[in-house]
Write a protein that binds this ligand. Structure first.
Ligand SMILES: Nc1ncnc2c1ncn2[C@@H]1O[C@H](COP(=O)(O)OP(=O)(O)O)[C@@H](O)[C@H]1O
Ligand SMILES: [Mg+2]
Length: 256
């Protein structure tokens, strides 16, 4: 396991989430370490987004604990260390009144003091994030006029602008064409390998990213943790999980 630090970024123990007597998440325990690349997969409605909301303190578990960088979630303050791109973040209205640059700048808000103006550091961080996501040329474009793939990169640049240690992406590939997706995977892989940013990639699409990921968590109310994703993607458990033939599963390849 690629451990840089012993304290996990996320340490989840025996997490349960029950709503109106219905079990949404059942006894989930997992750890996410610095510089890992993890995919969380599972069928729609399996509880992936709910789990992420608990990791981010947006929803309270019925019982169980979440620690971030060794701290109980209620004592954790460094939220700018965590970059989050929510599901459907890239689906903005065509007339949304902001440029790509405006959107990426929003990623600095939590770092800035209230009412203070932009610092050199803010400008630099925004610029770096745009370079990393390869969107400098889109700076002045209205975000609503961009393609799905371009908008996706803008949203990730916004998350990167706060210079996070971990990037959590909830189904970012929805509605994006294959060419854009491959380019996007290559960018994520680079962030992980070169910048050592921890990546948690959530998807219901099992035919993706197998080449890059280190570990795979499948979530369908319960979590199954797999340290060898390539094996997992061809194993029978997958077809049981999705109710489809495992032959549908193929490993995604892309040029680096
Ligand atoms: N606060 C809540 N109240 C009631 N039901 C919820 C709540 N949060 C999640 N759910 C339910 O939990 C299930 C899992 O949803 P979700 O986490 O969005 O799955 P996924 O992201 O894997 O598609 C769904 O049936 C959803 O309706
Ligand atoms: Mg979801």
């Amino acid at each position: 396991m690629p451990l840089r630090f012993k304290i996990p970024i996320f340490d989840v123990k025996n997490l349960n989430f029950i709503v109106n007597g219905q079990k949404i998440l059942s006894n989930i325990s997992l750890e996410i370490f610095h510089s890992e690349y993890i995919a969380i997969i599972g069928p729609n409605g399996g509880g992936k987004t709910t789990l992420v909301r608990m990791l981010l303190g947006l929803e309270k578990p019925t019982n169980g604990s979440v620690k971030i960088f060794g701290k109980k979630i209620k004592n954790f303050k460094d939220w700018n260390k965590i970059g989050f791109v929510p599901q459907r973040a890239a689906q903005v209205d065509q007339n949304f009144p902001a440029t790509a640059l405006d959107i990426v700048k929003m990623g600095r808000i939590s770092k800035r003091k209230l009412f203070s103006s932009e610092s050199e550091e803010d400008i630099q961080a925004v610029n770096d994030a745009m370079i990393k996501m390869d969107i400098l040329d889109l700076k002045e474009k209205m975000v609503g006029t961009l393609s799905g793939g371009q908008r996706q990169r803008v949203m990730i640049a916004r998350a990167l602008a706060s210079q996070p240690e971990i990037l959590i992406l909830d189904e970012p590939n929805t509605g994006v064409d294959t060419v854009s997706q491959n380019r996007f995977y290559a960018l994520l892989s680079k962030l992980n390998k070169e910048d050592k940013i921890t990546i948690v990639f959530i998807t219901h699409d099992i035919g993706v990213i197998a080449d890059d990921i280190g570990r795979l968590f499948t979530i369908n109310q319960k979590a199954t943790i797999c340290n060898n994703p390539k094996e997992a993607l061809s194993c029978e458990d997958m077809s049981a999980l999705y109710g489809i033939s495992a032959h549908l599963v193929h490993n995604h390849k892309h040029e680096h």
